[in-house]
Design a protein around this ligand. Structure first.
Ligand code: NAP
Length: 335
């Protein structure tokens, strides 16, 4: 129904996990677009671990979300009315929509989707921002080379699924770290990871990595941080690279884990580098063309985990940190 804009606003800052208690739903009248704006109907919203960071801290690239503000979120929407040149009703766009059903937004940051590259579901998954994160992290920050061993943590998640497959397609041997036998089977049997480590079943993760990567790790793609990063650094090879993409084990932790193996980088002449996907936003089209080609050839897949209804978004944010998501998490807001 297109007569009201449902919104989820930040009610309180979380301690520990964020979830439904931290948000409240309100309904506002739909705002007609002014010159340079479009009225949109949200179809999919991406749910990302970084959103937990935005609730409390300034991560250095966006300010924290204000109490009482609509929760910040990226997603895909259908254009209902437009006063933006080149965007017409019926188009699909990607934008920072926020947790709301009918946002009215300006053109900045809005991108019209090329559905020739993939479906709407592809645009939220293997052509979406998490996939681009994996692509730039593996190719540009990790600078993987054929024949190298690449270790990926959070391997069954949104970023991790694509990171492993991009590294495999670059000719690397790929080992994934994931929680539980089902996720480990998924990454080896469906995504072509060469080996998987179930970190929840391994009392000594460094030893398990050493067994799975007998020649050491050339590139470690880190989605998790904390003790997992320590275990990976212990196995990094001479001139190895640790790509610091995320640190989900620390994002909602009460007490932070102090990584102790950073000193090993000296003797190994190794590099550890963080990045934000938007560092590469002038090259998104190049990455998407590559991913679309591999997708159409059946060389890349991505499993999505879709929750139904805007009201499920806060619950999704909790699930990411409980490890109960089974793929790239998104909320379906409209058909
Ligand atoms: N740098 C950037 O620009 C950028 C952009 C996007 C995302 N990221 C980062 O990339 C990482 C992955 O994001 P995503 O969207 O793909 O999320 P995701 O991996 O799909 O979802 C989170 C997964 O993390 C794992 N996890 C949760 N708590 C954990 C813990 N304490 N220890 C180990 N694993 C844990 C769980 O999988 P298991 O069941 O396997 O534990 C969970 O399913 C996040 O850290 C995110 O912040 C960075």
């Amino acid at each position: 129904m297109r007569n009201a804009n449902r919104q989820l606003k930040l009610k309180s800052r979380p301690t520990g996990l964020a979830g439904p208690d931290n948000f409240e739903e309100t309904t506002e009248p739909i705002r007609q677009p002014e010159e340079g704006e479009a009225l949109l109907e949200t179809v999919y919203l991406s749910v990302d671990p970084a959103m937990r960071v935005w609730l409390k801290e300034d991560p250095g690239y966006v300010p924290p979300v204000e109490i009482g503000a609509v929760m910040r979120a990226g997603g895909i929407a259908r254009v209902i009315e437009s006063r933006i040149d080149g965007i017409v009703p019926g188009d699909y766009v990607q934008a920072r929509l926020g947790w709301q059903s009918h946002p009215t937004l300006g053109a900045a940051g809005m991108q019209k989707l090329d559905l020739g590259l993939g479906s709407l579901e592809d645009w939220i998954g293997p052509l979406g921002t998490t996939a681009l994160t994996a692509w730039f992290g593996v190719k540009e920050v990790g600078r993987v080379a054929s024949g190298e061993t690449v270790l990926v943590s959070g391997a069954a998640g949104g970023v991790g699924q694509i990171a492993g497959q991009v590294a495999r397609l670059e000719g690397c041997r790929v080992v994934g770290i994931a929680g539980g036998p089902a996720k480990c089977r998924f990454i080896t049997e469906e995504l072509g990871y060469d080996a998987a480590i179930d970190y929840k079943a391994e009392p000594d993760l460094a030893a398990a990595i050493s067994a799975a990567c007998p020649n050491g790790v050339d590139v470690y793609f880190d989605n998790v941080g904390g003790p997992t990063l320590d275990a990976a650094l212990a196995n990094l090879r001479h001139k190895g690279r640790a790509v610091i993409c995320g640190r989900i084990s620390q994002t909602a932790a009460d007490e932070l884990y102090g990584v102790t193996n950073v000193g090993l980088l000296i003797g190994k002449r190794a590099r550890m580098e963080g990045f934000i996907v938007s560092d590469f936003n002038d090259r998104y089209d190049e990455a998407r063309r590559w991913l679309s080609e591999k997708l159409k050839a059946g060389d890349i897949k991505q499993r999505l985990h879709i929750l139904d209804g805007l009201e499920k978004a806060p619950e999704g944010l909790t699930m990411l940190f409980e490890g109960t998501t089974t793929g790239k998490l998104a909320v379906k807001v409209a058909d």
